[in-house]
Design a protein around this ligand. Structure first.
Ligand code: SF4
Length: 377
C-alpha cells in the first residue's frame, strides 16, 4: 500500500501568507510537464505494491490543462500498479473550477476535489491576496457538485487579524449548508520570507493574536462536533467515513513517492526531497537525474515523528505500537511523561494509549515535544 504525490509548482499570483514552493512563471508549464513525465520513468521503482492514492497538489494543479493532467495520469497508470479503488485527488482553486473543467477532471478519473476557498469574506480574500472572488467560490462548489463530485474537501483559514468571530461563524454556516464531507481548517501562521512576514515586521499589518486563534479554533471544533463531524486530525474534520485517505496514510507511516520540484518522498527508512527550484529541476531531469537530498531516519527520529504525528490525530498514540516498534525503554519513557499530562487534563485515555484532550488540541506541537527522545538520553 502506498501513495503518489505530484507537486504542481505554479500559481497565478502569490498569496501573501504562502511559503509553499511555487512560481508565477506559468510559461514553463509545458517544460514542467515534459520533465515530470521523465521523472516518473526515473522513479518508477521507488514504491512496491498497490498505489492506493494519487494526489495532485501544489501550487495550483487546476492551472494545468486537461490534456496535461490526462497525460500525467496515463504515465502514472502505465508505470505503477494502481488500486481499483484509487483515491485520486486534485487541488483546485475556485477561479479555475468551471463546470466544463469539473466534468473533464471527472472524466479523466479524478474522484476527489480539494478546493482552496480559504474564506467567504471579500475583505479576507483581499487581505490574503487570493486570486479568486467570493462569488467564484460559491460557483466552484456548485460546478463541482453539478458535475457529480461527491467526495470534496474545502480549505479554510482562520485566525487572521481581520477575520471577526462573526465572519468565521458565517464561513462555517455557508460550508455546512453546501453539505461538503471534509473541511481542512488552518490557523494562519506567519512564515519567514513571505509578504505577510515583512508587512508585519514593518508594522504595516497587525500581527496574529494567538489567544484569538485559539478561541476561533475552539469555536470551529464546537460547531463541527455539534454537526456530527469527526475531528480526526488537528486541522482536518470530516463526516464519518469521509477522511482523506491520502493524508491519513502520510500520518500513519505509509510510504509515498513525491514527484515534481520540492516534492517529498518517504519509504519508512528514509525521506528525500526534490530541489525546490523549477529551473534546477528541469536542468537535472534533462540529464536523467532526479535532483534530491535525502536523510536516513534513525530510531530516535522515527520515534519523535511518531509522537508528534500520532498526537495530532484523533486516535492518539498506542503503547503496543511504541513497544513493538521502538522497544520497552521508549514505552516506559512515554508512560512516565503521559501520566502527569493526563492528570493535568492535557491528555485523555484511549483504548490503546492517550490522545490530546479537547482543551489541549491547540497546543499539540508543544505537548508532543515533552515526549521527544534526545540523542543524549
Ligand atoms: S494558491 Fe496556494 S500555493 Fe499558490 S500562492 Fe496561494 S496558497 Fe500558495
Amino acid at each position: 500500500m502506498s501513495g503518489i504525490y505530484i507537486h504542481i509548482p505554479f500559481c497565478k499570483k502569490a498569496c501573501h501568507y504562502c511559503n509553499f514552493h511555487f512560481s508565477t512563471q506559468t510559461k514553463y508549464i509545458n517544460e514542467y510537464t515534459s520533465s515530470l513525465l521523465i521523472e516518473i520513468e526515473l522513479q518508477k521503482k521507488y514504491l512496491n505494491g498497490k498505489i492506493e492514492t494519487l494526489y495532485f497538489g501544489g501550487g495550483t494543479p487546476s492551472l494545468l490543462s486537461t490534456e496535461a493532467i490526462q497525460t500525467i495520469y496515463h504515465k502514472i497508470k502505465d508505470s505503477f500498479d494502481l488500486s481499483n479503488n484509487l483515491e485520486f485527488t486534485l487541488e483546485a482553486n475556485p477561479d479555475d473550477l468551471t463546470a466544463s473543467q469539473a466534468q473533464d477532471w471527472l472524466n479523466i478519473g479524478v474522484n476527489r476535489l480539494s478546493i482552496g476557498i480559504q474564506s467567504f469574506q471579500p475583505h479576507s480574500l483581499a487581505w490574503m491576496n487570493r486570486a479568486h472572488s467570493v462569488q467564484q467560490s460559491h460557483q466552484a462548489i456548485l460546478n463541482a457538485k453539478k458535475a457529480g463530485f461527491t467526495n470534496m474537501s474545502v480549505d479554510l483559514i482562520y485566525g487572521t487579524p481581520q477575520l471577526s468571530d462573526h465572519d468565521l461563524a458565517e464561513d462555517l454556516e455557508i460550508l455546512l449548508s453546501y453539505d461538503i464531507p471534509h473541511i481542512s481548517c488552518y490557523a494562519l501562521t506567519v512564515e519567514e520570507k513571505t509578504v505577510l512576514y515583512s508587512k508585519i515586521q514593518n508594522k504595516h499589518l497587525q500581527d496574529v493574536d494567538a489567544a484569538q486563534q485559539a478561541k476561533q479554533f475552539e469555536y470551529i471544533m464546537q460547531i463541527l462536533a455539534n454537526a456530527g463531524w469527526e475531528h480526526y486530525e488537528i486541522s482536518n474534520f470530516s463526516k464519518p467515513n469521509c477522511r482523506s485517505k491520502h493524508n491519513s496514510n502520510y500520518w500513519n507511516g505509509v510510504p509515498y513517492l513525491g514527484l515534481g520540484p520540492a516534492a517529498h518522498s518517504f519509504n519508512i527508512h528514509s525521506r528525500q526531497w526534490n530541489v525546490a527550484n523549477n529551473q534546477l529541476y528541469f536542468q537535472s531531469i534533462k540529464n536523467n537525474s532526479v535532483p534530491f537530498e535525502m536523510e536516513t531516519l534513525d530510531t530516535i527520529t522515527q520515534f519523535n515523528e511518531y509522537m508528534m504525528i500520532s498526537l495530532r490525530q484523533m486516535e492518539g498514540f498506542s503503547f503496543t505500537k511504541i513497544k513493538n516498534e521502538f522497544g520497552e525503554k521508549y514505552e516506559t519513557h512515554v508512560k512516565l511523561i503521559a501520566e502527569p499530562l493526563a492528570k493535568n487534563k492535557q491528555l485523555q485515555k484511549t483504548a490503546m494509549g492517550y490522545t490530546l484532550s479537547k482543551e489541549a488540541k491547540f497546543l499539540a506541537d508543544g505537548i508532543a515535544s515533552n515526549f521527544f527522545w534526545s540523542k543524549d538520553q
